[in-house]
Ligand binder design. Structure first.
Ligand SMILES: [Zn+2]
Length: 415
């Protein structure tokens, strides 16, 4: 899909010209000059975020992110940005990011705050955190410098469709790996589930990443976990004797490819409505996962634990409490899971207990309610890794995934 990018004429110049014409004066619109610093904003690559922009008279570049919308809902979301500035080497640019008036669960909310940060890269591969300023009116301002002719900016270190392809190529011929296409996305992209380990192992864990397109942390964690279990070190061998891992490394592939923020391309939130069967046409990504789950459950091999990976500004382990019997025993197991996360990874953010008796429709809650699987949501803090005292990075998230190996090992050892 071609994305529309254009530089708006200064609204004030237009208003002045229209007012002059209305007053019967003859006036030509003011002749505008191109910016001497910014040549273009390129979003014509996979995971590039759709946006509009203009350059103010003082040279400030105003970026307007585009929202994606939920079907039959007031909800809308814009929180992902990933674009390439093309400009004059050696010069500096002031940017303002706009359109963070998100609607989440029916309420106005913002995906950014005083804690927000941004990442920059000259080659789109090596990223560093850059400070941003939170402005009144829910906007972010940052100053960047062109060391060369181009500079990428992104909300977080991107993990795109190409990164996933490289991972799948790296592992597909390894022993104990099976990559299964379980269905297709709205746009027909193949949806993979990766098995690592022996399907006859006594325990099974399901990990899903990237239901929400703007949240790359889960994909990095999934990659670190898969690589860790395939490293053939002593820990990996011990883990694979105890459990088998199933991973959906990227649930919302269309959204990731399009640089969208949250919903699938037909406006479904892939972390909602799990308290009922998924609609195969509107949410084929969820339908495919549920069909796979029903198949494996029919063989008596359903996973006993499921972790749905996300990013947010709090970074907590979210534990739903849907209306089922024995919910307190489940909550106790989730508290144990939290202690294991603290023991084997840099996780320090704590637990969020959802209200008692509420069927929230998240994947974690739906698996508890409908399949008796210990499901939960792990949010990864998008602004700060408290346990490391640093900004999040692909490396920190891969390391977290590696640590999950032992979290699962001890979790199943206690059962
Ligand atoms: Zn999410």
């Amino acid at each position: 899909m071609h994305r529309v990018q254009y530089c708006l004429w200064s609204g004030l110049s237009w208003l002045a010209a229209i007012a002059a014409m209305a007053a019967g004066e003859s006036s030509a619109p003011q002749l505008l000059s191109p910016s001497p610093v910014l040549h273009f904003i390129n979003t014509s690559f996979e995971n590039g975020s759709p946006l509009q922009w203009r350059v103010d008279a003082d040279g400030t570049v105003q970026i307007f992110l585009l929202y994606d919308y939920e079907r039959n809902s007031p909800n809308r979301a814009a929180g992902h940005w990933h674009f390439q500035l093309q400009g004059q080497p050696g010069s500096e640019l002031l940017l303002v990011l706009n359109n963070f008036e998100n609607i989440y669960n029916g309420r106005l909310g913002s995906p950014v705050s005083k804690k927000s940060i941004c990442y920059s890269s000259s080659d789109g591969k090596r990223w560093k955190a850059v400070p941003v300023e939170f402005l009144e009116g829910n906007r972010l301002r940052l100053r960047v410098r062109f060391d060369g002719p181009a500079l990428y900016l992104a909300r977080l270190e991107p993990y795109g469709l190409g990164d996933l392809e490289r991972l799948l190529d790296e592992i597909r011929r390894k022993r104990l790996v099976e990559i299964t296409e379980i269905g297709k996305t709205v746009q027909g992209r193949p949806l993979e589930i990766v098995r690592v380990g022996n399907p006859k192992a006594a325990h099974r864990v399901l990990v899903r990443a990237r239901a929400h397109a703007w949240e790359p942390g889960g994909s990095w964690v999934a990659q670190g976990l898969i690589r860790g279990l395939l490293s053939n070190d002593e820990v990996a061998r011990r883990c694979l004797q105890r459990y088998c891992l199933y991973v959906v490394p990227m649930a919302n592939k269309d959204g990731v490819g399009h640089g969208a923020t949250r919903f699938n391309l037909l406006g479904k939130d892939l972390n909602r409505d799990w308290n009922q069967p998924a609609d195969p046409f509107l949410a084929p990504e969820n339908h495919a996962l549920e069909e796979w789950l029903k198949g494996i459950a029919a063989q008596g091999k359903a996973p006993q634990l499921a972790l749905d990976l996300h990013n947010d500004e709090d970074g907590k382990l979210h534990v739903g409490r849907p209306p089922v019997v024995n919910i307190e025993q489940y909550v106790e197991r989730m508290r144990f899971l939290e202690t294991l996360l603290r023991k084997h990874t840099w996780f320090r953010e704590g637990i969020y207990l959802a209200p008692q008796g509420v069927s929230s429709g998240t994947l974690g809650s739906g698996l508890v309610e409908r399949y008796g699987i210990d499901g939960c949501t792990l949010e990864l803090n998008c602004n700060r890794v408290a346990g490391l005292g640093q900004y999040p990075s692909a490396q920190a998230w891969e390391e977290f995934g590696r640590g999950l190996r032992q979290v699962f090992y001890e979790y199943f050892g206690s059962r």
